[in-house]
Design a protein around this ligand. Structure first.
Ligand code: GTP
Ligand code: SPV
Ligand code: MN
Length: 657
């Protein structure tokens, strides 16, 4: 493959220097000392662990960052239960969390209402050349495929924010592994943060602590620096005792030097830097170089009534159903679903050319609203212990509440909303829980966690699903004709905006591969990388499908019952993976032959199957136009020809509708 930017590589542009190094040097200059760490150690107060026990590279990172951020104290995390209890204690005393006595070791955090979701507009990837990060949009058009920042601007942004930013606070050193500790597929990061909430969450979401430091040799690790940006003494009062600085929030990534620098937000993907920042944005750049895929995908195992087990990966945008599908309780008798991961998949070919996936995470940071014993009983059982809930409502009997739990909540309790309204009722017209409120819970507690979920080899993937919230026009299920067509299907994904990021309203947004907010490099090059998978194996690649649980009728009600009933769609997919003659051609792809979708038991639900599969010509003509415009305006020259050709073929098929 020859990429358009190959000329830059040939010219061997000087390697990017660590963007943090300049800030470190400036900080050292200010203190009028050389960066002689052996002698300076005395001035750094360490309350847990010993700097001298750290590997030289780790120690240098910690000490230089401490000189820059000026924390009162350093705590090197060991990952023990005792440490976790202390963190929870510290947060409880600071009024950041409160216990939920109805459950075992469960806690509620309420954030500053200004810090409730990922901030895509303040998230940047930093490269020397803009085009490495994003395609060049058509003149006069705003680029929608990520934000680029120059190394110089990042250095400035760091200088404006980080000197002294941890004053009076503890800087935690969080060593973590994405993937099981010591697995050849795993990668190590070290996050320095002044937020105990981040530490406690990272302890659940990643493998964190001493074992990681012990495994780390002399190799590089991903350097993650995070601050909530509220040095002590405070300049203004905190809201809900939740330190953050929304006006100055910035989430930045330097793929070349493997640095992640985040400031101002303590929430989710902005601050738990192993997740979107490392496992997807930095991860996708590593994957591109090394020939594998880092994707925003769940991984599930499904066993059919004959006992045949397959693994499926699925990419849906944020808050579009990954956690729910990954843990689903199948409504069809004899089926079993087991969960490998609910958000991120790292997929590589093994020595036999089979694409295998691992879940690099160790916990679930799942959307709370909508989760109930009816929709997702497995999640409800998982979160009964050792869980931190954020921005949900609480009940007067010490439990949690959110939209969707009405039928499961005793009538005699009062509800305190996420905003602290102590006598919340539905009549207020406001939601009790924030729509992006979440639970952070250990994956190992999931009652249907797959026996192979920590297998360092990963699990073999038979099918890849794309999907989104499409109220109109898009059928329940269709299969791509082949890999190339499947890459177009991923590239053309669109979905209704959700509360997982700062977008307002229910506008239909382009979200290719559910990765729009998470690409670590130019989307055109990403497409080329996906196309190249065909040349990387002589084994069949996973079959690609598109699903839509969210089609609505003219009254705005979902046509498809969803959740556990989605197994009917998975059943059809398994038949296709098995080579079953159950598909017929349509303009958009292969769809189920009449009655090949198992509807047994749903007869009384009056599901309008015709409407679920209807392909309105005007809708699809407009869809092709919109996608074509998007590719031209947003991807331009970087769009691989194959994708343009596949879109033309779709256009031709639509003409015949
Ligand atoms: P992120 O964690 O943000 O990446 O989200 P996700 O893709 O894991 O989405 P999740 O499974 O948490 O679902 C988000 C919302 O969609 C929840 O409110 C669910 O109740 C709802 N949802 C999930 N699956 C279905 C479905 O099959 N049908 C309907 N109608 N809603 C669903
Ligand atoms: C998403 O937004 O896709 C999430 C939540 O999974 S966060 O960790 O905040 O990115
Ligand atoms: Mn997600």
């Amino acid at each position: 493959m020859v990429f358009d930017n190959s000329a830059n590589n040939i010219m061997e542009a000087p390697k990017l220097q660590s963007v943090l190094s300049e800030a470190y040097a400036a900080a050292a200059g200010k203190s009028k000392k050389n960066l002689d760490f052996q002698t300076e150690t005395k001035s750094l107060q360490v309350s847990n662990g010993k700097l001298a026990n750290l590997k030289p590279k780790v120690r240098k990172f910690v000490e230089e960052s401490a000189h820059l951020c000026q924390p009162a104290n350093i705590h090197i995390c060991d990952g023990s239960d005792r440490e976790m209890r202390n963190l929870l204690n510290i947060m409880q005393q600071a009024g950041m969390i409160e216990p939920l006595p109805k459950y075992t070791n469960c806690w509620l955090a309420r954030t500053d209402p200004g810090d409730v979701a990922r901030v895509e507009s303040k998230t940047f990837v930093v490269t020397k050349d803009r085009r490495e990060t994003i395609p060049t949009p058509k003149e006069g058009v705003k680029g929608l495929l990520g934000n680029w920042m120059s190394p110089e601007d990042l250095k400035k942004a760091i200088q404006e924010r980080f000197p002294g930013c941890m004053a009076g606070r503890t800087m935690y050193v969080v060593p973590y592994s994405m993937g099981p500790v010591g697995s050849p597929l795993s990668k190590i990061g070290i996050e320095l943060t002044d937020s105990p909430y981040v530490v406690a969450s990272m302890r659940t979401m990643t493998r964190m602590g001493k074992a990681v430091l012990d495994t780390l040799g002399d190799e590089d690790f991903v350097k993650c620096l995070h601050s909530v940006g509220c040095p002590l003494p405070l300049k203004k009062n905190l809201v809900n005792n939740w330190p953050c600085d929304p006006e100055r929030t910035i989430v930045t990534h330097v793929p070349e030097t493997k640095e992640i620098i985040s400031f101002g937000s303590g929430y989710g993907g902005n601050s738990l830097l192993g997740k979107k920042c490392f496992a997807l944005r930095i991860g996708s750049t590593i994957a591109k170089k090394e020939g594998w895929l880092a994707e925003h995908m769940l991984i599930l195992g499904i066993t059919n009534p004959k006992g045949v087990k397959k693994y499926i990966a699925a990419a849906f945008p944020s808050a579009c159903g990954k956690t729910n599908l990954a843990m689903m309780t199948p409504s069809l008798p004899g089926y079993k679903v087991e969960c490998v991961g609910d958000d991120i998949a790292w997929m590589k070919f093994d020595e036999d050319g089979i694409l295998r996936a691992i879940n690099p995470e160790n916990g679930f940071f799942g959307v709370a609203p909508g989760t109930s014993m009816h929709t997702n009983p497995v999640a409800m059982k998982t979160v009964l212990s050792n869980t931190i809930f954020t921005n949900v409502a609480k009940t007067s009997d010490g439990g949690v509440f959110w939209e969707g739990l009405e039928k499961e909540t005793p009538n005699n309790v009062t509800i305190t909303s996420w905003l602290g309204d102590t006598n919340w009722s539905k009549e207020s017209g406001k939601p009790a829980a924030h729509p992006n409120s979440r639970f952070c819970t250990p994956a190992g507690q999931c009652p249907i966690i797959d026996p192979a979920w920590e297998d360092p080899k990963g699990v073999p993937i038979s099918a890849i699903l794309f999907g989104g919230r499409r109220p109109e026009g898009v059928p329940l299920i269709y299969e791509a004709f082949n890999w190339r067509h499947g890459v177009l299907v991923g590239a053309a994904m669109r979905s209704e905006a959700t509360a997982a990021a700062e977008h307002k309203g229910k506008v239909i947004m382009h979200d290719p591969f559910a990765m729009r907010p998470f690409f670590g490099y130019n989307f055109g090059h990403y497409l080329q990388h996906w196309l190249s998978m065909e040349q990387r194996t002589d084994k069949p690649l996973p079959q690609i499908f598109h699903v839509n649980w969210f089609r609505k009728d003219e009254k705005g009600r979902f046509i498809w019952p969803g959740f556990g009933e989605n197994v009917r769609v998975l059943d059809w997919i398994l038949q296709r993976v098995d080579g079953g003659d159950v598909a017929e051609e349509s303009a958009v792809g292969l769809i189920p032959k009449p009655s090949s979708l198992n509807m047994k038991g749903l007869e009384n639900e009056n599901v309008d199957m015709d409407e679920l599969f209807r392909l309105p010509k005007d809708f699809w003509e407009q869809e092709v136009k919109d996608i074509s415009k998007y590719f031209t305006e947003q991807v331009g020259e970087d769009l691989p020809n194959e994708i343009g050709e596949e879109l033309k073929k779709l256009d031709k098929r639509i003409e015949k509708l």
